[in-house]
Design a protein around this ligand. Structure first.
Ligand SMILES: [Zn+2]
Ligand SMILES: [Zn+2]
Length: 267
């Protein structure tokens, strides 16, 4: 059963309209599709939605228009530094795309140059930057309990397209595992996100395999998502990721179906 809860459109930084996404999902045989436009972040306007009501209205229109063909869910991807009114949505993905440093909020994932600028703001200290990212994110996760935990180790995003900062760094790995262990058994749903593969930044999904083992050991539930910004990649790397997850020991994944989070066999 194919599904994806992490979908961006032209209402934020995606390249397809919601309706194009729906039509592609139907063509690919999806049972459900969740939209997760980037919620408004007043301190950085590059990626977020500026017309939230227009987005909500359009997803609700599509829900009705495609009833019986595919289940459509209205979600949003909230940033940990800009909390929104979650009652407007059926679910929220909670992510952290920024870091607070030297009195500023710096973006992490809108380009490698921004990641590098952030690293410089931490005096190129891997441990300080990793501590800052994972502690802010896990604080948010515990307090907010979003329905889905977004790309847990996003700070590795550009580590395969430039000199790696965090990927393969033992100090980073220790910090990431410590913070993940602190939240993995709290009943949260963690996404396994293939989005950076579709966009050519990475060859493997988030979280990395060492962190997937932590999730498995702590009994966390997972959902496979494509963090889709282009309809052609709605199920990008899903089959390969299922094999990785199976090898780690997972046998189930979670999708939204019949208006609830439902466990289905991994393969
Ligand atoms: Zn994100
Ligand atoms: Zn996203």
């Amino acid at each position: 059963m194919l599904s994806n809860l992490h979908t961006h459109t032209t209402f934020c930084d995606g390249s397809n309209s919601p309706e194009e996404m729906v039509q592609k999902a139907i063509a690919k045989g999806f049972v459900s599709l969740g939209f997760s436009g980037h919620a408004y972040t007043p301190f950085e306007l590059t990626s977020c939605m500026k017309d939230e009501q227009g987005y909500i209205d359009e997803i609700n229109r599509l829900k009705k228009a495609y009833e019986g063909q595919i289940e459509i869910y209205l979600g949003t991807e909230e940033d940990a530094f800009a909390l929104i009114d979650r009652s407007k949505y059926e679910y929220i993905i909670g992510s952290l795309h920024f870091l607070k440093v030297n009195g500023q909020i710096l973006p992490l994932d809108i380009g490698n140059e921004y990641m590098q600028r952030c690293f410089e703001a931490f005096d190129k200290n891997v441990e300080r930057m990793a501590e800052s990212y994972y502690s802010a994110f896990t604080d948010y996760l515990v307090k907010r309990r979003p329905d889905v935990v977004g790309h847990f180790d996003l700070i590795k995003k550009y580590d395969e397209v430039s000199e790696p900062i965090f990927l393969g760094n033992k100090k980073h790995d220790k910090i990431a595992k410590r913070f993940l262990r602190s939240v993995a058994s709290k009943g949260l749903l963690f996404e396994v996100n293939t989005g950076a593969i579709a966009r050519g930044y990475r060859t493997l999904p988030y979280p990395s395999e060492d962190l997937l083992y932590v999730l498995k050991t702590e009994g966390a539930d997972i959902t496979l998502t494509s963090d889709c910004h282009n309809a052609d990649y709605l199920d990008c790397y899903f089959d390969e990721t299922k094999h990785i997850l199976y090898d780690v020991g997972f046998r189930e994944t979670v999708i939204l179906c019949n208006n609830k989070f439902t466990k289905i066999p991994l393969k």
